[in-house]
Design a binder for this molecule. Structure first.
Ligand code: NAD
Length: 346
């Protein structure tokens, strides 16, 4: 029986993977620990490992996994900025789940926007204490406002559709615009200047680290609302904090945070968090932070489990790896052998 070690597992992962595994009957070993060069040793005797967004899949981790005979890293997520693809190339195949529910993430982004704008988080606390005052809860109509969408892939497009339903004017920036679409593309600087709301839906790459920094925010409208459900390091958190304090930024809805890896997904309520930027962000009434949960719907979890075990099964059967990624196909389209052979390398 094929053995797979899973890392950074939570009870909801187990529930959906156990269900999907009824079809495959693999031997799954669940670990709460994150994958790193030390925990990679757990994978001894294992055929594949399954990892998540905050696992440390650097050169050292890959070398240990390779040494233990692991041939596949199955990411149970879409993003893969935590994988050292150059180190993995020709050693370990890396597959991912490119789409599981773009609706889940887009709807969460809208949830952050709606909550911040209409101050539902404050209203919830007030009415529970029988405080029925409306002072300080004034929002603005989304209808007629301009939303700037950065990244018009699967999630960005769902987000755009919802915003259009609200009667918002949508403008977008994407270095690879969709041809023949009705999306109004503008340069990123123009998007910064014209948008009342900016929502990030692009991957984190080496080129767009701190895309939203002090200089970018200074170009934005006063009171701009920034929503990030993509990756934390797209935003310079210190600059964001400064611009929230100066009231240049009106509100920030963050499902991701650049230093989230040791903090998110666990109950830290009994320890003193040392990250001062995070503590100060969380102290502000116009910041709403969720713990990288935008994907967390039943539909998305079921799709993640089905696609991940499907990817693993294709690997074991020596079939084409439809959802494989490597540094060549993700970085420089055309250089990778995937299209011809179905695998990024043999
Ligand atoms: P996708 O691949 O379908 O689309 C990404 C789009 O971003 C593409 O159109 C691409 O051309 C564009 N892009 C690439 N570089 C860009 C840049 N520098 N500036 C602007 N656009 C750029 O991906 P998706 O499924 O829509 O997911 C988008 C991102 O959402 C993922 O990369 C991931 O980081 C994040 N995500 C977060 C969660 C969560 O739970 N919070 C869940 C899934 C995905």
């Amino acid at each position: 029986m094929k053995k797979i070690n899973f890392y950074d597992v939570k009870p909801y992962d187990k529930e959906f993977f156990d269900m999907a595994n009824l079809k495959y009957q693999y031997q799954i070993i669940y670990h709460e620990e994150k994958l790193n060069p030390h925990t990679a040793l757990f994978a001894k005797g294992s055929d594949a490992v399954c990892a998540f967004v905050n696992d440390n899949i650097d050169k050292d981790t890959i070398e240990v996994l390779h040494g233990e005979g692991v041939g596949l890293i199955a990411m149970r997520c879409a993003g893969y900025n935590n994988v050292d693809f150059k180190a993995a190339h020709e050693k370990i195949h890396v597959v991912r789940v490119p789409a599981y529910s773009p609706y889940a993430v887009a709807e969460h982004a809208i949830g952050l926007l709606m909550t911040l704008n209409r101050k539902l988080h404050k209203a919830y606390n007030r009415t529970r204490e029988f405080n029925f005052s409306l002072n300080g809860l004034t929002g603005f109509d989304l209808h007629g406002k301009t939303v700037g969408v950065i990244g018009t892939g699967k999630i960005g497009r769902c987000f755009i559709d919802i915003c259009k339903g609200f009667g918002m004017n949508v403008i977008a920036y994407d270095p690879y615009p969709i041809k023949d679409s009705d999306i109004v593309y503008v340069e990123v600087e123009e998007l910064f200047r014209r948008s009342n709301v900016i929502s990030l839906h692009c991957p984190l790459t080496k080129d767009n680290h701190h895309l939203i920094n002090k200089a970018a925010i200074e170009k934005m409208m006063d009171g701009v609302v920034i929503i990030n459900t993509s990756r934390g390091a797209l935003i310079d958190s210190e600059a964001l904090l400064e611009e929230l304090l100066s009231e240049k930024v009106g509100a920030a809805g963050l499902d991701v945070y650049e230093e989230e890896s040791d903090i998110f997904y666990v109950d830290n309520s009994n320890i003193i968090i040392q990250d001062d930027v995070l503590r100060r962000l969380l102290s502000l009434p116009n910041v709403l932070l969720t713990s990288h949960q935008a994907f967390l719907t039943k539909e998305a979890l079921a799709n993640i489990a089905d696609t991940t075990l499907g990817n693993i099964s294709a690997f074991f059967e020596n079939s084409a790896l439809e959802n494989e990624v490597c540094y060549q196909c993700s970085g420089s389209p055309g250089e990778c052998k995937h299209v011809e052979t179905g695998r990024c390398f043999k």
